[in-house]
Design a protein around this ligand. Sequence first.
Ligand code: CDP
Length: 229
Amino acid sequence: MSPRKLVIAIDGPAASGKSTTARLVAEALGYVHIDTGAMYRAVTLKVLRAGIRPSDGERIERLLATTHVALRREGKATRVVLDGEDVNAEIRSPEVTRAVSMVSRHKIVREAMVREQRRMGSEGGIVLEGRDIGTVVFPDADLKFFMIAGIEARARRRREELEARGISPDMDGLIEEIRERDSQDSTREESPLRKAEDAIEVDTSDLTIEEQVRVVVEKVRGVAEGTGA
Ligand code: CDP
């Protein structure tokens, strides 16, 4: 009997290692990877391009009516497509990063994104990462992980990521930005960032990428094969 195709939820705060882990776990299992943060970032990019303030829910609601965010697979990578345009690089800009938590607070934005995420995950065989996957998007997910890491480790990873793209941020600024975004994401009214009661917590501060991927893949294989590891 071939193993069941599961829904895997990976949540956690900014730069906790979710994206890399989710991508590699999906690859190892032959599952689809959905980076839900990239979807919120794409909406934010459109809001900023339209000159709309991230706090202006009414104008954002009107904008959403003509907005289409999709994730397209290209080989092993997933590209983010906004109204037909590949915006993979633009959504990682510091401007989008600064505004994304404010845009993501709006109920209307969350409803539109969650609808699409549930549609994409309806057949299983999927790893979704974000802030509210195990609590709101797929509360019945087969396996839930909550990734955490110390602030220094997270800032260091974010700096390496930015440096690889030719940007040299200072550590204090990064720590401040990560703290600010975590605070906004955890205290908002709609779907705040929090660990689901049945999520497995993984502290990635001192783990290599290979180690954190192994932790997740082993648990998933155990459940998929029915051993309940
Ligand atoms: O920078 P990092 O990769 O940690 O964040 P991200 O996963 O790209 O998410 C960017 C932002 O989108 C978060 O700070 C949240 O404000 C928002 N988000 C959300 O509200 N719900 C999700 N399921 C995913 C992201």
